[in-house]
Design a protein around this ligand. Structure first.
Ligand code: TZP
Ligand code: MG
Length: 212
């Protein structure tokens, strides 16, 4: 295990935020974020590389970790903190060989079978989702629900677990209580650009209140 998984794990989305990755990162940093995944499904690899480079420069200054979605090459080229892979991306074993022991590698799963298989892989956390309905992902897999998070938690022991999909300020504590170590959030944090800072702060504030 390379790091402590923060409980709130924002993922950038330029269409939802209507801001660049760097601008989203800047606002999330102001809100107190510790880790951010850069997710870019539409730009060319060349452009994603440039966007990520700009975002990483900001993040490094504030010791915020940056995880690159999908692209091991871009994570390697920029010496990012890690990569997040899906079921159809480069296999985590290969990514580990390329990026080395220090890189954070996350891996998406969408059902119990995939989650159980994932714990044998050289990864630092697994993600399960979508927990709730989401409009952020194109062609989302079946919803796993709160019950799905509980079942996966039971099956994977204490393996670091991120829950994703439809997570909001209102429901995230329930998702953590179901057994997730962390919640990944896109639209609820980013859909109103002028509220990103305050929303990030609210997530962290509610978190400290429920930890007391
Ligand atoms: N994988 C499963 S759901 C999802 C991804 C990338 C999108 C989550 O976005 P939102 O807006 O937090 O539902
Ligand atoms: Mg992917």
């Amino acid at each position: 295990m390379n790091f402590n998984l923060p409980k709130i794990y924002p993922i950038t989305d330029t269409r939802i935020a209507k801001l660049s990755h760097a601008e989203q990162v800047e606002r999330l940093i102001e809100g107190g974020v510790e880790i951010i995944q850069l997710r870019e499904k539409y730009a060319s690899p060349k452009d994603f590389y440039e966007f990520a480079k700009e975002a990483l420069k900001l993040a490094e200054r504030h010791k915020v970790k940056i995880i690159i979605n999908d692209r091991v090459d871009i994570a390697l080229a920029l010496n990012a903190d890690g990569v997040h892979l899906g079921q159809d991306d480069l296999p985590p074993e290969r990514a580990r060989k390329i990026l080395g022991e220090k890189a954070i590698i996350g891996f998406s799963t969408h059902n119990l079978e995939q989650a159980v298989r994932a714990v044998r892989l050289p990864i630092d956390y697994l993600a399960i989702g979508p927990v709730f309905a989401t409009r952020t992902k194109e062609n989302p897999e079946n919803i796993v629900g709160i019950e799905g998070v509980e079942i996966v938690r039971q099956a994977v022991g204490d393996f670091p677990l991120v829950a994703i999909g439809g997570v909001t300020l209102e429901n995230f504590r329930e998702v953590l209580q179901a057994g997730a170590d962390s919640v990944a959030v896109v639209s609820n944090l980013l859909s109103e650009a002028d509220k990103i800072v305050v929303k990030m702060k609210q997530f962290l504030e509610l978190l400290t209140r429920c930890e007391k």
